[in-house]
Design a protein around this ligand. Structure first.
Ligand SMILES: [Mg+2]
Length: 390
């Protein structure tokens, strides 16, 4: 007997939509519709999202028309792609992630269940977030913003006013290894001043996470940890690139008193499992835009949380579709860490989705409808977006 769950997913249509956010930053969406009119939504991200990655998405979709997947998890096999290839190639990993997320969303809609339920989770009303203030402080269309310690403090106060119980900043603009001096580099001092201003602004009870964007090395990363400890930092992210330099990351973690986090660009459950089982980091940050998609992220969450509870927090400085999908994913794998949200980019962000994105008091609310529970808002697409097919 055939059920809707073992029916091949026949792709009828692939459409792209992009929105200019600010500076060079944009949100790029792909919609994939099956031959019954079920449409799934996902995001493409990174350099080349509207060109190379969109092109590869259309090309892979064409191949999937000839050999349709039954499950979203069949996509890589149907495309003949190996895990090794996807770990090594960010463009392919991003493309596969978007296809799998969009197909899962469309399949969930076809089955009349939420995306979280589709992956075996319970229906969930809301998910706790932490507030990444970085995007609110990047250059906008009016040029660079103030990045003084006072400006960091003001942004942190705004995050607390918005209800976040944990706040993340990326303060080390001036630092970049290699450094000339041993120990704590002079170039890190301004970042530490920003952290101290933030801590003063938010008080002792709000958790503070620091993202170092891989600007340090072994010696400076160990020296910096001592300064972070003094500022009561709860989460030390990417002193170095923990995927490229796992041995260095592991040695920094051995000295660290707080959680060491990273691996935001990683692909596949195998990689994240090696990181946790190898004691390279305390917390991994899979991103549904790169890790293999929403289904792979649920798998990563379930496998790793069983090995080390609290070891997964989704990376999500994303547009509203990936944000919402990441909330479904976090609920589905029973994540206990808050989910990232990069607040403060543009005030029209909620209007990108219908129903509008709802983030209040540090939580994201999941709409009632099937799949993601939201679609691109056609009026906003017409007013601000660019829509195309390939
Ligand atoms: Mg990061």
């Amino acid at each position: 007997m055939s059920t809707e769950n073992d029916t091949p997913f026949n792709i009828a249509r692939v459409e792209f939509t992009s929105f200019h956010v600010h500076g060079s930053h944009q949100w790029v969406f792909v919609e994939i519709t099956d031959d019954n009119g079920n449409t799934g939504l996902a995001e493409l991200a990174g350099p080349g999202a509207t060109t190379e990655i969109a092109g590869l998405t259309a090309q892979y979709a064409e191949r999937l028309r000839l050999s349709p997947p039954v499950s979203e998890s069949d996509v890589t096999a149907q495309l003949g792609l190996t895990v090794e290839e996807l770990e090594a190639d960010r463009t392919k990993a991003t493309t596969v992630s978007a296809l799998r997320t969009a197909i899962a969303d469309a399949q969930a809609r076809r089955s009349g269940v939420s995306l979280g339920e589709f992956f075996g989770g319970q229906r969930t009303k809301s998910v706790q977030l932490y507030g990444n203030m970085n995007r609110s402080m990047l250059p906008d269309d009016d040029g660079p913003r103030d990045r003084s310690p006072e400006a960091f403090a003001a942004a942190a106060r705004e995050a607390v006013r918005r209800g976040y119980k944990a706040v993340k900043c990326a303060p080390f603009d001036e630092a970049r290894s290699p450094f000339e001096e041993p120990g704590l580099p002079e170039a890190a001092r301004s970042g530490i001043d920003r952290i101290l201003a933030v801590r003063e602004a938010i008080g002792p009870d709000v958790a503070l996470f620091v993202d170092c964007h891989s600007r340090f090395d072994l010696d400076s990363g160990i020296a910096l940890e001592i300064s972070l400890r003094e500022a009561n930092i709860a989460w030390y992210e990417e002193a170095v690139d923990g995927i490229e330099r796992p041995d260095v990351m592991k040695r920094i973690r051995e000295r660290a008193t707080m959680d060491v986090a990273g691996a935001e660009s990683g692909y596949g459950v195998g990689l994240f499992q090696r990181i946790i089982e190898g004691h390279v980091m305390d917390v991994v940050m899979p991103d549904i835009k790169f890790c293999g998609g929403a289904g792979e992220a649920v798998e990563i969450g379930r496998v790793l949380e069983a090995i080390a509870p609290g070891s997964v927090s989704m990376h999500s400085p994303s547009g509203p579709a990936s944000q919402l999908a990441s909330a479904h994913v976090t609920a589905a794998f029973g994540g206990t860490r808050p989910l990232e949200h990069a607040w403060g980019e543009v005030d029209w962000r909620p209007s990108v989705l219908e129903p509008a994105e709802r983030i209040e008091s540090g939580r994201i609310y999941i709409p009632d409808g099937p799949g993601l529970g939201a679609n691109l808002d056609q009026a906003t697409v017409e007013a601000r977006g660019r829509h195309w097919t390939l």
